[in-house]
Write a protein that binds this ligand. Structure first.
Ligand code: TXA
Ligand code: MG
Length: 348
């Protein structure tokens, strides 16, 4: 298959380009498009064959359910049923936005979207390209992140092309994603509601509406009893082995520098994912700065690109620092923990 790439203005998408992309979706094709979180790989959620093509394009196991994207709040009633009362305020505040809700699935949504579950994940993106595309398609759009399975999510069209060239029909290039990490997934089918994946909307923000919310992610060691389907460990991974350091800033930086020097001395190629202000006595080529640790918006925007850039430098090992658990820090920690596949080093 030949993959076409069409540039599109992220704030004022050209209606002709949107109409073409919508036509591809309605014809059962695959379209990658920017959202405010990361790029999505879309297919018509009412067409099980189109949905099947997403799993094939990504090499994604059929057991890992997809998120359904809608254009308007009113569309919620046609993708989910039996909405709990609490959904109303969440939708008022965060649709559109970086919040995905798990609800009971409407029977018209293809069962393979939800990997056979009776629930469905629903999000209404705010990005103008995503919004106008879904509206023009006139159908709910199933869309996982537009990366190969277990690779870091794509935050630019170039990342999508790296992973999916020849596997999708069309990529809309609307520049870099604005948030850089995926949506927060909140399960409203359990009591109390549970965050299955921290993301673009912070836990603190969710707690303002749902004070009883719990976290169920086995990556964050908050409640290891349960986890979301499809949340298998190897995920968001660069090709290099990644190690995550958690502790005080001084402790993390000192240990990372020491370990990096030992690895370099042993002839390994090393990349360090660091903050701008981290004083690391290492060769410049071994450091990738993500932004200031006091600006988590910037760290999140650069996180997946940083992993991909270090892979492009062909490093053997990536040493990454933690950014705390407040605000976006929790989502950043979650992604790094998964990329580390358990290689988490606690320091003083
Ligand atoms: O920001 C985002 O959420 C991006 C953009 C494109 O919208 N999408 C995204 O999709 O991150 P994906 O497929 O990479 O992650 C969706 C995750 C699945 O891996 C699964 O863990 C969870 O959502 N999920 C989907 N449906 C679910 C369901 N019915 N029950 C529990 N978890 C579900
Ligand atoms: Mg993903």
């Amino acid at each position: 298959m030949k993959t076409r790439v069409l540039p599109i203005d992220p704030s004022h998408p050209d209606p002709a380009v949107i109409a073409e992309a919508a036509r591809v979706l309605r014809a059962g094709g695959l379209v990658a498009f920017p959202t405010e979180t990361v790029y999505g790989l879309g297919a018509n959620a009412l067409d099980p064959q189109a949905v099947q093509r997403i799993f094939i394009a990504k090499d994604r196991p059929a057991t890992d359910p997809l998120i359904v994207h809608i254009a308007e709040r009113a569309d919620l009633a046609s993708v989910a049923v039996n909405l709990p009362l609490i959904a109303e305020e969440l939708v008022q505040q965060h649709f559109p936005g970086a919040l995905t809700l798990i609800l009971k699935r409407h029977p018209r949504i293809a069962a393979n979207v939800s990997a056979g579950l009776d629930t469905v994940a629903v999000r209404m993106p705010s990005h103008p390209v995503a919004h106008t595309l879904i509206a023009a398609a006139g159908v709910p759009v199933a869309a996982p992140s537009a990366n190969r399975f277990s690779r870091p999510s794509a935050t630019t069209a170039a990342h999508v092309l790296q992973d999916l060239d020849g596997r999708v029909d069309l990529i809309l290039d609307g520049g870099a994603a604005l948030i850089g990490v995926e949506s927060t997934i909140l399960d409203l089918t359990v009591e109390p509601p549970a965050v299955l994946r921290p993301g673009g909307v912070s836990l603190e923000t969710i707690m303002q509406i749902v004070p009883t919310v719990t976290i169920r992610s086995r990556f964050l060691e908050v409640d290891s009893a349960a986890s979301a389907p499809g949340q298998m460990l190897k995920h968001y991974s660069p090709r290099a082995e990644l190690r995550l350091y958690i502790g005080s800033p001084q402790g993390m930086i000192a240990q990372m520098a020491e370990d990096a020097r030992a690895l370099l001395a042993a002839g390994k190629r090393v990349g360090v994912l660091a903050a701008d202000e981290d004083a690391l006595e290492l060769p410049d080529a071994a450091i990738l700065r993500l932004g200031s640790a006091s600006d988590l918006d910037q760290i999140a925007v650069n996180l997946f690109r940083g992993m991909r850039d270090l892979d492009a430098r062909h490093v053997d090992v990536i040493l990454a620092r933690d950014f705390g658990e407040h605000g976006l820090g929790l989502a950043i920690r979650d992604r790094l923990t998964r990329a580390a596949e358990g290689r988490v080093i606690q320091v003083e």
